[in-house]
Write a protein that binds this ligand. Structure first.
Ligand SMILES: Nc1ncnc2c1ncn2[C@@H]1O[C@H](COP(=O)(O)OP(=O)(O)OP(=O)(O)O)[C@@H](O)[C@H]1O
Length: 276
């Protein structure tokens, strides 16, 4: 490996860092310096929107045996952004979401959430991060013997919300997702599309700062797809950073939001640039 250039004072470099990662960090450090100088000059001119919520630098994920699920993925997603990940089945979309939520650890590379490397988070700090992220994966993970309303209420109960606030929020979400009549139905008795919406409602119920959703419209008709997307746009307008992995072209085709396509675990295309 060629010798790496001098490290600017104060720059934090990860362990085991190759030349490319080093260069990315150098560039980012210089941008941060610039950002700090601008902030000192005029605090109001730097908007919160421009800060990165998710940063991935040369992230790879390998599963045993010899499965390359992600390879050298670098992307920066801003606070308050709505971001689509597309790609064929097996391209690595779910894996990327699981790495962001720290459900899986990367094999290589760096992931930062709101400026903090996830690899350094343990115990209470990791639990706190997870509380700020609402996730709806394809396997739903609903409690099959509990009702739709009980499943949605869970994330609010663990953060000690008042019962009347929980009841109001659950009612509101069930109505927005056209599930009012399923309020008291055991989730094991719901259709796949209904379970999917309950999982989404559970993910967003506690107004998390980040929402990660995997195929939110996969089992839905056009009208219900529109309801789901309206709800996600509403959360985004309220400030949530949202990452949606999808095969459903109708939800991203004419959208103003960035779309990243993964192919065999690598970034194949990305509208709007990497932002690094
Ligand atoms: N736990 C695991 N163990 C081994 N291999 C895995 C595991 N999870 C995913 N993979 C493999 O990693 C690759 C990427 O899978 P991933 O689920 O991220 O793709 P995807 O783009 O989300 O696919 P889909 O659209 O079908 O959900 C695939 O080859 C998959 O078989």
């Amino acid at each position: 490996m060629t010798a790496l250039g001098a490290k600017p004072p104060g720059m934090l470099l990860p362990d085991h860092c190759d030349e490319d990662t080093h260069n990315i960090y150098r560039r980012r450090f210089c941008n941060q310096e610039l950002h700090h100088n601008v902030t000192r000059m005029n605090k109001k001119s730097v908007s919160r929107q421009q800060e990165a919520m998710i940063e991935m630098i040369k992230v790879s994920k390998y599963y045993p045996v010899n499965v390359v699920a992600l390879q050298d993925v670098s992307v920066s997603i801003s606070t308050g952004e709505l971001f689509f990940i597309i790609g064929k089945s097996g391209a690595g979309k779910t894996t990327l979401l699981k790495l962001v939520s720290s459900m899986e650890l990367p094999s290589n590379g760096l992931i930062e959430i709101a400026g903090k490397p996830t690899s350094k988070l343990k115990g209470v700090k990791l639990a706190r991060l997870r509380q700020r992220i609402g996730v709806a994966y394809q396997d739903f993970k609903l409690l099959a013997d509990r009702t739709a309303a009980e499943n949605i209420a869970i994330s609010m109960e663990v953060s000690y919300k008042k019962p009347q606030i929980i009841r109001k929020r659950v009612r509101e979400l069930l109505e927005q997702l056209d599930l009012t009549d399923k309020h008291g139905t055991i989730t094991g008795e719901l259709s796949r599309g209904e379970q999917q919406r309950v999982a989404l409602a559970r993910a967003i119920a506690n107004s998390p700062t980040m929402i990660l959703v995997d195929e939110p419209t996969g089992n839905l008709d056009a009208a219900t797809t529109e309801r789901v997307m309206n709800l996600l746009h509403k959360c985004n307008k309220s400030g949530a950073t949202i990452v949606i992995a999808t095969h459903d072209e109708t939800i991203y085709k004419n959208s103003p939001h960035r779309v990243m396509e993964l192919k065999h675990g690598a970034v194949h295309s990305l509208t709007g640039g990497l932002l690094i």
